[in-house]
Design a protein around this ligand. Structure first.
Ligand SMILES: [Fe+2]
Length: 278
């Protein structure tokens, strides 16, 4: 984790913002992706991400290598090879790039809805925190548009402001969370089963490793508290199952209220959205 990246003295000299929601997310202007980004401008990008949680850059013009090189400046990158299961082939040259699309790499057509990968991908449409099922939490996700579906056929990416949702929790529930300091057990199979129960009916989530993360955490770059929950969260450790289920549902219902969420449209290839999962 990078430590505090946003202080009351943080000044934005280069970046210009258009707010997309009253409490988080902004579209950013002022970055030239066609040339190396100077360190001071990159620092502003980090501070903007700490401030807004979700930052959107339109028509960056970045190619795959540029995408990887830009991403490398944020820290160690994940490797997609563990996700290349069931004969799935990467569509990109770089193992740092994860294909979040719905195109079959063999046929170059849209996945059939009943295909294994389409069923697997359904879990990605639930509100989730990227890689929360890993022992090492992912900080930033940096998603770039390659080819867009026809207009008005969907494809937006949705976000929830889990920091403001924590701030505005019912005071009694907030005190309870802070007092108990609950730990959540996360599993990729948990979200797969929630989204496609029939397809994954024979998968026993408890047979796979789960990784534990505190439910209430301090978001280090901003110093704010955050609710670290969502679809990969399988259960709350050391709580009876009904109580665990109730708590998870209550928190999910709270965070996903309309007032904390935002749906961001992709306008053009090259559009880039950075969000902070922590
Ligand atoms: Fe994701």
């Amino acid at each position: 984790m990078p430590g505090l990246l946003l202080t009351p003295d943080t000044e934005f000299k280069t970046l210009k913002f258009k707010k997309l929601h009253p409490t988080f997310a902004a579209e950013v202007d002022g970055v030239d992706f066609s040339a190396p980004i100077p360190d001071d401008v990159f620092k502003e990008i980090l501070a903007a991400s700490a401030k807004f949680g979700v930052v959107v850059f339109r028509k960056t013009g970045l190619d795959d290598l540029g995408h990887v090189e830009f991403s490398r400046r944020f820290g160690d990158l994940d490797d997609i090879r563990p996700y290349m299961v069931n004969g799935r082939k990467p569509r990109y040259e770089y193992y740092e790039l994860f294909d979040a699309g719905n195109i079959d790499s063999e046929t170059n057509t849209v996945l059939m809805p009943d295909s294994a990968r389409a069923q697997y991908n359904k879990g990605n449409a639930l509100f989730h925190v990227d890689s929360s099922f890993n022992p090492r939490r992912a900080s930033y996700s940096i998603l770039k548009a390659h080819e867009l579906p026809p207009p008005n056929t969907g494809g937006n990416t949705g976000f929830a402001d889990s920091r403001t949702a924590f701030d505005e929790l019912d005071p009694e529930l907030k005190a309870k969370l802070l007092e108990h300091d609950y730990v959540g057990a996360h599993s990729l199979y948990s979200s797969r089963k929630k989204a496609a129960p029939e397809f994954f009916k024979d998968v026993d989530v408890t047979k796979y490793p789960m990784h534990r993360h505190r439910i209430v955490q301090r978001h280090e770059p901003s110093g704010r508290m955050n609710l670290y929950i969502a679809a990969h969260l399988d259960h709350v450790v050391d709580l009876p199952s009904t109580e665990s289920q109730e708590l998870m549902e209550k928190l999910m219902d709270h965070v996903t209220q309309e007032k904390y969420t935002l749906s961001i449209p992709w306008n053009d290839p090259g559009d880039l959205v950075i969000w902070d999962n922590t």
